[in-house]
Ligand binder design. Sequence first.
Ligand code: ZN
Length: 99
Amino acid sequence: MKRIYQAQNPLLVWNARRVVEAAGIRCMIRNEFAGGASGLLSPLDTWPELWVLDERHTERALKALAESEHADAEGADWQCPTCAETNSGSFEICWNCGR
Ligand SMILES: [Zn+2]
C-alpha cells in the first residue's frame, strides 16, 4: 500500500480515486470519516488520503492524476460547430471564425 494523494476536501480525494480507478488501478480512501476527530489529531492526520493497493502501480497512478489535473486546468479540446475547426480548451471562442 502506498499513499499517493491527500487533500483537506474529501471531494478532491474522491475525484482522485475516480481518476486512478479509471486508469485501471485499485485504490482506497483512508481517513474519509476522521474529520470529527480533528480536535485530537493534527489537521494533516485527519485529511482523507488516497492509497494505491499495489505499490507497483504508484507511478502510473501519479501520472494519471497529473494528467487529470492538467486536463482540468486547460479544458478539453473542442470542435467549433460553425467551421468544424478544432480549438484548444483554453480558447473560449473559435480561433478560426471567431464564433
Ligand atoms: Zn469556427
